[in-house]
Design a binder for this molecule. Structure first.
Ligand code: SF4
Ligand code: SF4
Length: 199
């Protein structure tokens, strides 16, 4: 079976897992189509395998949408070439009118946006958008960045606010590679895959 077919199996597994997590956190999740703040001003780590899959999605788009993505890509690539700082951040070129145009083909990190995470590298972390009055903002103490018992009681919901081990490093670890017979290979910010081609 080809690697992209195996990767689809992995994505089915991952989506199943994430769906359970998101459902369990429903009272704290404010994601909706057109929000897309998490698709802006970031780096978006992508492996070679994910980029190949993303491009499959790109090839299925109408020519007019492909053109918009290409224009976006070109603009971001040009900015990146001139950038001299350490951490170049940008709006994802696949975001068109605040909607992901390759949604079913989006990367792993895109699928986890919005959950509270607990990872080996970073510990407990709320999604950045809680500060914007979005996910978990109704239960976190904004100053201390911890769960507020007062807010939780006031909400009167059964589901506890939980954090999940859905960090990018963990979700792309060798154990998953072996189980699903896939290789993520190199990982770098999404835009860098296109930068190399434009050198
Ligand atoms: S994760 Fe946050 S920023 Fe992204 S769609 Fe959900 S609410 Fe909006
Ligand atoms: S691929 Fe789609 S979901 Fe991921 S950052 Fe880009 S626009 Fe957002």
């Amino acid at each position: 079976m080809d690697m992209l077919e195996n990767y689809k199996n992995y994505l089915n597994f991952l989506d199943g897992k994430l769906e359970k997590f998101f459902t369990s956190q429903k009272p704290y999740i404010f994601c909706k189509k057109g929000c897309a703040k998490c698709c802006k001003n970031a780096q978006f780590p992508y492996s070679l395998l994910e980029i190949k899959y993303l491009l499959l999605g790109f090839l299925k788009l109408d020519a007019s949408v492909q053109e918009k993505v290409e224009n976006n890509l070109q603009k971001v690539v040009e900015k990146k070439k001139k950038y001299r700082g350490k951490k170049f951040k940008y709006d994802c070129p696949f975001l068109i009118d605040d909607v992901c145009c390759v949604y079913d083909y989006r990367g792993i990190v895109c699928r986890t946006f919005g959950l509270m995470t607990n990872t080996e590298e970073k510990g407990l972390m709320a999604p950045f958008c809680y500060e914007l009055g979005l996910n978990y903002s109704n239960v976190l103490n904004l100053r201390k960045k911890t769960v507020s018992t007062r807010k939780f009681k006031k909400l009167n919901v059964k589901e506890e606010p939980l954090a999940f081990n859905v960090g990018y490093k963990y979700l792309t670890n060798p154990e998953y590679e072996n189980t699903f017979n896939i290789k993520f290979t190199d990982k770098k910010p999404l835009i860098d895959w296109f930068l190399d081609e434009n050198k």
